[in-house]
Design a protein around this ligand. Structure first.
Ligand SMILES: N[C@@H](CCC(=O)N[C@@H](CS)C(=O)NCC(=O)O)C(=O)O
Length: 111
């Protein structure tokens, strides 16, 4: 869903790394994440979902980012540098996303 920050992060890393991908728009506002077909991709019924192959999917935006960026400078192998990347990712999920991003989405959807 293009208006979702969690989906935007995935698109940003795909573009930054110049990875080939196919983007399928899924609008959770019209119930598209609540279908049986979508729940097979992610039982938690949320976007984004990365379809890796016919049998393998990955959900949770930051897990997808780690998977895509492994072996690149975006996700360093140095112990401290990797932990510093994770530090910001955990901050984003726990302190930014629920309070700032969701509030912004709700206020823009209701105006
Ligand atoms: N922690 C998850 C959050 C995913 C999430 O909340 N996705 C929202 C869009 S940003 C969604 O699909 N909501 C649908 C719903 O709650 O019904 C992640 O980072 O991927």
């Amino acid at each position: 869903m293009s208006s979702s920050g969690n989906c935007y992060k995935v698109r940003l890393v795909l573009e930054q790394l110049n990875l080939p991908y196919e983007w399928t728009e899924v609008d959770f506002m019209n119930g598209a994440t609540r279908t049986d077909a979508f729940r097979k991709l992610n039982p938690n019924a949320k976007v984004p979902v990365l379809i890796i192959d016919d049998d393998t999917t990955l959900s949770e935006s930051d897990a997808i980012l780690c998977y895509l960026a492994e072996g690149t400078p975006l996700f360093p192998s140095d112990r401290l540098e990797r932990a510093q990347v994770l530090q910001w990712m955990f901050f984003e999920q726990y302190s930014h996303e629920p309070y700032v991003a969701v509030a912004r989405f709700v206020s823009s959807a209701s105006s």
